[in-house]
Design a binder for this molecule. Structure first.
Ligand code: KG4
Ligand code: ZN
Length: 343
């Protein structure tokens, strides 16, 4: 069963074909991502209208390219899954209109997929994936959430950020120190040259019980440190290292608490910040110490992509779920309202 996945919620056009019968990593027949980074770079952030227009330009050629790479024809597609939210409404509408119309023309079922469920399920596309229950850490540019996954489709929010998302904190901090957009990966690369411990920032909200996060104060601490230092290349790297260590430690402390609260030792991690090497190492070590494990998607499936949408859609379509003919775009959408995979 070949499911075409379409992702256009923000500044990446992603397309993939996932074959749920083959399953595992081999089920991913092909996937392609076109990033709009260069388009938005001169503005220092995503410009929604430019994003929508670029999805219009890139989506159909990317679908053709992905089908070619998979060695498939349009008539081999058994279902279409597209991101319906959360995200930028204009950008979402492009993928939704193309995805829903294509399914209509091919007379196959279509399904509106929740972008964060796509991220959350991405680690399960890899071989040797765990079965629920487990705890999921979702760390992207717009979200930082700890979720108890009782079953696929049954999500309980354990904690979330009260202000900036982890990725947003990386991006804003990087921008403050003059790094190019989007700053997260640039800051992480710079941190590799930094001396650990020269700058020690707070681990916000770890001194009290609870599973919520707050990253905006940390950003201010970095701003003050950056303003008052010599601003040399080495100092910039040292500050980057101090910031990254603070975010990674904070996430690891809260993940461990969430595992305690949920009574399990398996953590899955997804979203763009999940590509961060130091975060991956720290969470793997923490879970192993408890006799459990941490599972991640490959780094290219941490950031926005069509594979996670094809996979999430394939699981639901296989369970018999599909939508009516409406073109759905839901910029704000609570994941807890999703139906379970089995009734
Ligand atoms: O999941 P994603 O691609 O888009 C959203 O749905 O938000 O996440 C993008 C975020 C950005 O904030 C980006 O800076 C961050 O993930 N990011 C990283 C790394 N790679 C991407 N942050 C830290 N270290 C990285 N290696
Ligand atoms: Zn995302």
């Amino acid at each position: 069963m070949n499911v075409l996945g379409i992702e256009t919620s923000c500044d990446e056009t992603g397309v993939a074909v996932y074959d749920i019968v083959t399953g595992g990593a081999a089920g991913l027949r092909a996937h392609a991502v076109y990033s709009q980074i260069a388009l938005h770079a001169e503005y220092g952030g995503v410009v929604p209208e430019l994003a929508s227009r670029d999805h219009v330009r890139k989506l159909l050629p990317l679908i053709r390219q992905t089908l070619d790479e998979a060695g498939l024809k349009l008539s081999d597609i058994d279902g279409v899954a597209y991101t319906a939210g959360p995200g930028l409404v204009g950008a979402l509408l492009v993928g939704a209109a193309v995805g829903r119309s294509l399914a209509w023309a091919l007379e196959v079922p279509a399904l509106a997929v929740h972008h964060m469920e796509g991220h959350l399920l991405a680690p399960l596309l890899e071989d040797g994936a765990p079965e629920p229950p487990f705890v999921a850490l979702l760390v992207s540019g717009g979200h930082t959430q700890l979720i108890a996954v009782d079953a696929i489709g049954r999500y309980r929010l354990l904690g979330e950020t009260l202000d900036d998302a982890a990725g947003e904190a990386f991006d804003k901090t990087a921008k403050m120190m003059g790094l190019p957009y989007p700053g997260g990966p640039h800051l992480a690369r710079l941190a590799e040259q930094g001396v650990p411990g020269r700058f020690k920032f707070a681990r916000p909200m770890t001194d009290r019980p609870g599973l919520d996060f707050s990253f905006s104060g940390l950003k201010t601490q970095v701003l003050l440190a950056w303003r008052d230092c010599d601003q040399s290349d080495q100092t910039r790297a040292d500050i980057a290292r101090g910031f990254e260590d603070a975010v990674v430690d904070t996430l690891a402390i809260k993940c461990e608490r969430a595992l305690d609260a949920a009574g399990c030792d398996v953590l899955i991690v997804a979203g763009g910040v999940g590509a961060n090497k130091r975060l991956r190492a720290k969470l793997a070590e923490m879970c192993e110490r408890r006799g459990g494990r941490a599972c991640f998607p490959r780094p290219s499936l941490c950031t926005d992509n069509g594979a996670m949408i094809a996979f999430a859609g394939a699981l639901r379509l296989q369970a018999g779920q599909y939508d009516d003919a409406a073109i759905r775009a839901t910029p704000r959408w609570d994941m807890a309202t999703l139906p379970g995979l089995v009734a």
